[in-house]
Design a protein around this ligand. Structure first.
Ligand code: ACO
Length: 326
């Protein structure tokens, strides 16, 4: 049984926050942000817009492309680190918004690798025969866990969602493999200290010490991101007996232009085989790869039977890759 992506979708907030806007908020410059990260602007959720809002819109769009009705969906996997609530899972809220009444729905927490982890689980459900039609979504409203007083982090992140419909198929257009791994030794290099069971949101210390916001050791993250993305990309290539020259397009997690360029260089891939859109959206964590995949798909960049490599890295640390015969 093969597993095919039959639809892609994405959803982004209308509000744009440019580097020039950030210059008015904190001690930074467009020049610094552009040269260190490649980011020019990002989207920010408005009042009344939540992770479920964008997830449902992206899911609807992916189902429309696939020609799949909500009630045909067997499983909804929503990757996010910014759920609407600690519980119930945002996936259940999305199930309700979509009218996917026959689905099992759950959230998945693997930070920026969440979408690839979701693909990996979905692949196994379909190959085992446990599900036929699955919606995998990455959706984040990071603007609500970013410290807008911390210039080291707030310039990097944005909000949005991307989604795919996966279906059982006996054709050649298939997900060839998924690979994931984690390294929990470095969990504290990129995390949100407050609002869980260690530093509850109800504890005044959590607010006073700004523990509610995400925190990151940028230089260490950079180093482990480049090494890990190369490793997990090579796992995908080795498993399929392919070399980097066989890859038509690499869609990496859109964290930072320099991380992407360093990864591509280590893999020997030129810039014409790289898809990036982080200049427009910043780092949207689990949403970044499915948003980029949807843009590449709708722009006609993905040619039938071309080999597409998705590679992610995120807090945890977590790593993931997916190789697709489009
Ligand atoms: N504007 C201006 N100056 C800044 C800013 C800013 N927004 N942020 C930091 N600086 C300053 C620092 O204070 C420091 O000043 P100092 O020398 O006076 O102390 C100087 O710039 C250099 O700081 P570094 O942290 O060394 O800058 P670096 O070149 O490493 O770039 C960055 C920082 C962009 C965060 C880089 O480390 C990076 O990209 N790391 C990867 C992080 C990342 O992408 N994380 C996303 C999460 S990964 C994932 O998606 C899960």
């Amino acid at each position: 049984m093969n597993v095919r992506i039959t639809g892609t979708g994405s959803a982004l907030p209308g509000k744009i926050l440019t580097n020039a806007d950030l210059e008015q908020m904190i001690d930074t410059s467009d020049e610094w942000i552009t040269t260190r990260t490649g980011i020019k602007e990002r989207r920010i959720a408005a009042d009344g817009e939540y992770t479920s809002t964008f997830a449902a819109e992206a899911g609807r769009s992916a189902m429309a492309m696939a020609g799949v009705k909500p009630e045909e969906i067997d499983l909804i996997i929503l990757a996010t680190v910014t759920p609407d609530f600690p519980f119930p899972s945002t996936a259940c809220i999305v199930q309700d918004l979509l009218g996917a009444t026959n689905a099992t729905a759950f959230d998945l927490s693997a930070a920026c690798s969440g979408f690839i982890y979701g693909l990996s689980i979905a692949e196994k459900y379909i190959r085992s025969g446990a599900a036929q039609k699955i919606l995998v979504i990455g959706s984040e409203v990071l603007s609500r866990v970013v410290d807008w007083q911390d210039r080291n982090t707030c310039v990097l992140f944005g909000d949005g969602a991307g989604a795919v419909v996966l279906e059982a198929s006996d054709g050649d257009h298939s997900l060839l493999s998924t690979h994931t791994f984690s390294n929990g030794a470095y969990w504290n290099l990129l995390y949100q200290p407050g609002s869980g069971s260690r530093n509850p949101a109800t504890d005044s210390r959590t607010i006073d010490e700004r523990l509610i916001y995400l925190t990151m050791e940028g230089n260490d993250v950079f180093k482990y991101a480049v090494r890990g993305m190369e490793d997990v990309a090579l796992m995908a290539l080795d498993a399929n007996g392919l070399s980097p020259s066989d890859i038509s397009l690499l869609i990496p997690h859109q964290a930072n232009r320099r991380i992407i360029d360093a990864t591509a260089k280590r893999l020997g891939l030129d810039s014409d085989r790289l898809f990036t859109n982080l200049q427009n959206y910043g780092n949207t964590s689990s949403a970044s790869i499915p948003i980029a995949l949807d843009e590449a798909n709708r722009q006609g960049v993905l040619k039938p039977c071309s080999k597409l490599l998705l590679v992610a890295f995120g807090g945890g640390f977590t790593y993931g890759s997916a190789l697709i015969n489009w």
